[in-house]
Design a protein around this ligand. Structure first.
Ligand code: ADE
Length: 232
């Protein structure tokens, strides 16, 4: 899968994309991630990418011309055309179901805003989708784009080791929080690992895990059980 990221701060992506799962996935050719600076498509002497809002008010708005030029140029770098996703607190809330939907695309273009946002013509005529990673306001879409790249990339075939993906698929009952995990030692500072986990009774362990996952979900995230789960 190919990701293209458009941002005014390409340097922000350097660390996160070059470590751990994403680094391995890129090295193995499961994903390619290209980061582009929108400012490279500003045509005036000062490389201006923002301007004052019509009608007045605080802050600056990202101008349409460089953003359209950047998206169109980056689209032309590869086939097929990418789904263009704008990162914005006004977007649809990012969920695992949306990550799964995005992971089925051959190509994604993530558009990160700064300032007060984009000229509305960018939103209306250049983007296919708007996504928010939560009900809080970041300084821009960059961290949100990184969250999406990492979440989507680990769903792609071959990206996780077979152990990790097996666990992801079969041990986390759908829509529930994870059960608690323990490793050695069996007693640490007087705190013991639950007996059932040391018992060797596979069926009992499974039952306990299922109960813990349910109890945990009921206590911490009752919304996940109530059926008011957002379909994405
Ligand atoms: N840009 C600023 N805040 C954001 C958020 N919560 N999600 C996605 N993009 C954003």
């Amino acid at each position: 899968m190919r990701f293209d990221v458009l941002t005014l701060f390409p340097e922000m992506f350097r660390g996160p994309l070059d470590e751990s799962v994403l680094k391995r996935a890129r090295d193995a050719g499961h994903v390619s991630i290209a980061v582009h600076n929108i400012r490279d498509w500003a045509t005036d002497r000062h490389h201006t990418v923002d301007d004052y809002p019509y009608g007045g008010g605080a802050g600056m708005v990202m101008k349409p011309e460089p953003v359209f030029a950047a998206v169109e140029a980056v689209q032309a770098l590869a086939e097929p055309a990418a789904r263009v996703v704008l990162l914005t607190p006004q977007g649809r809330p990012f969920k695992q179901a949306i990550a799964e939907e995005l992971a089925r695309q051959p190509r994604l273009l993530l558009l990160c805003g700064r300032y007060e946002g984009f000229d509305e013509r960018v939103v209306e005529h250049l983007t296919d989708d708007e996504i928010s990673i939560g009900d809080f306001v970041l300084g821009g879409g960059e961290l949100a784009a990184m969250v999406i790249v990492e979440t989507v990339a680990r769903l792609l075939p071959g990206v996780l080791g077979s152990d990790e993906s097996l666990r992801h698929e079969s041990h986390n009952p759908d829509g529930l929080l994870e059960y608690p995990q323990y490793t050695r030692p069996p007693e640490f500072r007087g705190w013991k690992v639950p007996d059932v986990l040391l018992s060797g009774h596979h069926a009992e362990v499974e039952k306990w895990r299922r109960e813990q996952a349910l109890e945990r979900t009921r206590g911490r995230r009752p919304d996940l059980l109530a059926g008011d789960r957002d379909p994405g």
